[in-house]
Each structure stands twice: as structure tokens, then as C-alpha cells.
Design a protein around this ligand. Structure first.
Ligand code: IPE
Ligand code: IPE
Ligand code: MG
Length: 263
């Protein structure tokens, strides 16, 4: 995606001492960056606050990372906001999260409009509380004509549930005779995932140090590069994103083959 050089320079002025912005290769910015936004609860607990305060603080980070990704010319930014397993949390925490999702979408509409951000949801949003679902539908309609970066928000998302859903849809198509079993190939499965039409993530960032995938984009991350930082999500900022991209650019992505000869 095209990026605006002036806005980029302004947004990324005053880099901390450990970051050399000159080392960033703008021709090799990952097309799709995905964030597992983890550590909100621990961030709050460490400050003697309620866990839900961490979720509120996490929204500020998401806003900054959305803007940073637009400034970098990223095509797709995805973010894991609520998993199918997160329903197991205390009722109050789930209720606060559902309220925050709706409130944030409305609050951030001016940003999404100004930056021309397209929004898609990954996950079963039909199962969300009606108020949250209605706000999501309203927000999606408000952003319908946007043509810039795609923001893919994973809400009530589970990688296994997504694959089950794809298998069912494909099975129904076989039964109805629209396709045969042999038509089911990798492209067909990809086309039946919530991420249909989006490139696979090239870089997955997980904050707060956990070394696990937690049921996220199981199919799509087949060859993603992982970057795990101990920073809690509410402390993650534009510079954290740059550190992750610099690390990504230093990786040797082999895709099962051999390294490209040194240039
Ligand atoms: C991530 O932060 C946000 C959601 C899962 C909704 P957590 O709430 O998982 O924070 P920790 O991992 O308990 O610190
Ligand atoms: C993953 O974080 C889900 C989101 C960030 C929304 P969790 O905090 O739910 O993951 P686990 O429980 O540590 O694996
Ligand atoms: Mg967590």
C-alpha cells in the first residue's frame, strides 16, 4: 500500500536510541501484520488496578498501532481482541470487554474515516451481545466505502472453530453438488475462512511474553514469522512495532527451501 512520506517522517520522528530508522527497508514492510494483544490484565495488576483498566489502556495502544501501520503502508493489520475461549473469564470482565469493543468502534470512527481504514471482523460476531453486534454492524456500514488499509479485528475468534465452519460449508457445497470433493484444495479452504481475500500474516507479534498461539489463525500462520516481546500490550507502541519489523527484516525466510544466495 502507498504510504505518505511526509506523514511517515512526522509520525516516526524522535526514535529511541536503540532504533535506527535508516535501517528500515520500506520495500520490505510486511503486507499483513498481526497482533496478539496480550498482557492487559497483568499490566493493570502490576499497577494495583482492576484488570478491566488494562483493557481500557490497551485500546490506546491499538489506536497507536493502527495509525503506525497506516503510516508504514501496511496492507492488513489484524488484532486478536477476544477468543472463543475468553468466554470462560468472569462474567463482569466479559461484559466490560463487550461494552469496550462497541464504545471503541464508535469512538474511533473519526480515525478510521480520516485514515480511510477498511474494517472486517474475524470470528462469529452473530454470537455477541445484541448491543455490541448492532454497534459493529453500524460501524461496518460507516466504513463500507473505505479503500485504504484493512483492519481485521478478531472477536469471538477461534482458529479451530473457523476450520470447522469452513469444513461444514465445503461439505454442504459437495452435498448440494456445486463442487466435488476433489475441488477442495488449499485455496478452497482459504476462501472459506474469515480471512478470505486477505493475504496471510507475514509477521505475528505477541506481547507479554507468552510463547503460544492460543488458537489464533491456525491455518493462516503456516509460514508467519513470530516476534514475541515481554512488553505488556498497553505499553506497546509505534517503536515496539518498528522493533518487530526490523527483527522481521533480519530473518531468513526459507519456506522449506534454502536461503537465497547473498546479494
Ligand atoms: C489480552 O490481555 C486481552 C484479552 C484477552 C481480551 P489479557 O486480559 O489476556 O491479559 P493477561 O494475559 O491476563 O495479562
Ligand atoms: C489470547 O490471549 C487471546 C487474545 C489476546 C484476545 P489469552 O490471554 O486469552 O491467551 P492465553 O489464555 O494466555 O493462552
Ligand atoms: Mg492473556
Amino acid at each position: 500500500m502507498q504510504y505518505d512520506q511526509d506523514k511517515f517522517t512526522e509520525f516516526f520522528a524522535d526514535a529511541p536510541a536503540d532504533i535506527d530508522m535508516g535501517a528500515l527497508d520500506m520495500n520490505r514492510i510486511p503486507r499483513h501484520i498481526s497482533c496478539i494483544m496480550d498482557g492487559n490484565g497483568r499490566w493493570a495488576t502490576a499497577r494495583g488496578l482492576a484488570r478491566t483498566e488494562g483493557h481500557k489502556a490497551g485500546i490506546v495502544s491499538l489506536r497507536e498501532i493502527i495509525t503506525a501501520a497506516v503510516r508504514l503502508g501496511v496492507d492488513v493489520l489484524s488484532a486478536y481482541a477476544f477468543s472463543t475461549e475468553n468466554w470462560n473469564r468472569p462474567k463482569h470482565e466479559v461484559a466490560v470487554l463487550m461494552h469496550l469493543f462497541a464504545k471503541t468502534f464508535i469512538d474511533e470512527l473519526p480515525l478510521l474515516k480520516r485514515e480511510n481504514v477498511r474494517v472486517v471482523f474475524l470470528g462469529d460476531i452473530s454470537a455477541l451481545p445484541s448491543r455490541t453486534r448492532e454497534v459493529f454492524e453500524y460501524g461496518l456500514a460507516e466504513c463500507r466505502d473505505h479503500t485504504g488499509m484493512t483492519l481485521a479485528l478478531a472477536v469471538n475468534y477461534g482458529g479451530r472453530a473457523e476450520l470447522v465452519r469452513a469444513a461444514r460449508e465445503l461439505a454442504r457445497n459437495v452435498v448440494s453438488g456445486t463442487i466435488t470433493a476433489d475441488d477442495i484444495d488449499e485455496d478452497a479452504i482459504s476462501a472459506h475462512l474469515y480471512t478470505a481475500g486477505l493475504p496471510d500474516p507475514e509477521l505475528v507479534i505477541r506481547t507479554s511474553g507468552e510463547m503460544r498461539v492460543s488458537n489464533y489463525l491456525l491455518w493462516q500462520i503456516a509460514y508467519a514469522e513470530f516476534y514475541i516481546t515481554d512488553t505488556y500490550w498497553p505499553d506497546f507502541d509505534r517503536w515496539g512495532l518498528i522493533r518487530a519489523i526490523l527483527a522481521f527484516q533480519g530473518r531468513d525466510r526459507r519456506f522449506g527451501g534454502l536461503s537465497a544466495p547473498a546479494r
